[in-house]
Design a protein around this ligand. Structure first.
Ligand SMILES: C[S@@+](CC[C@H](N)C(=O)[O-])C[C@H]1O[C@@H](n2cnc3c(N)ncnc32)[C@H](O)[C@@H]1O
Length: 195
């Protein structure tokens, strides 16, 4: 369920742009993902067999809402972001008992899902700006993601630079790729399978 925005809470575009101005390197983009990018990225997900979906870098929740629309009533979405302003914004604007917003780093995904009672995730989605993250953080996140996924789970990644593939390929051998031009800027899409 979405809550009507309380007075004084900015709209998502304004909130996202403010976040970019405050932390340009960590946010890595001036506007949220397009609807077409969201639809294409989520299309291969087997929702009937998804009990835990994890999202890294939800920002203002551009993906959270479409994920919740598709998710089963007994599934959980854990969204992890380092930016406390975005976490507060998500808490204010999304009220769905299946949704948990966590302030923290994707590198700690294993601890975070364990703290919420889960052994592994079915799907993990990332909109993180991998190539501009501080040294060592990208590889640590890719390794932790592989460990946190169940067998046959998948890591879904969208990114403006194809360099992100190097981070994923260190742990995943089967990686599908596509592009979405209808996005600012156009994005590389990867689906990495844990076989
Ligand atoms: C490009 S924005 C993604 C926005 C949103 N997912 C979308 O599709 O419009 C990147 C997000 O990653 C977050 N972020 C950066 N480093 C992170 C980390 N180590 N762990 C979790 N979130 C991080 C930023 O705060 C920002 O919200």
């Amino acid at each position: 369920m979405r809550r009507a925005r309380p007075a004084g809470v900015p709209g998502p575009l304004q909130m996202f742009f403010q976040g970019f101005l405050k932390h340009p390197v960590m946010v890595g983009s001036i506007i949220p993902s397009s609807d077409r990018l969201i639809r294409k990225m989520l299309a291969p997900v087997d929702w009937a067999n998804c009990k835990l979906f994890v999202e890294y870098g939800p920002g203002v929740g551009t993906f959270c809402r479409p994920i919740l629309d598709r998710m089963a009533p007994d599934a959980t979405l854990i969204a992890i972001d380092t930016n406390p302003d975005f976490i507060r914004y998500l808490d204010h604007t999304i009220t769905d008992s299946r949704f948990v917003a966590v302030e923290g780093s994707a590198a700690d995904v294993e601890r975070i899902i364990a703290e919420h009672g889960h052994e592994s995730a079915d799907y993990i989605l990332s909109g993180l700006p991998f190539s501009t993250l501080p040294d060592g953080v990208g590889p640590a996140i890719a390794a932790a993601t592989h460990r946190a996924l169940r067998k046959d789970g998948a890591f879904l990644v969208y990114q403006f630079s194809p360099k992100v593939r190097d981070f994923i390929a260190a742990h995943f051998t089967r990686i599908d790729h596509d592009m979405e031009w209808w996005n600012v800027p156009p994005a590389q899409l990867y689906w990495a399978h844990k076989d």
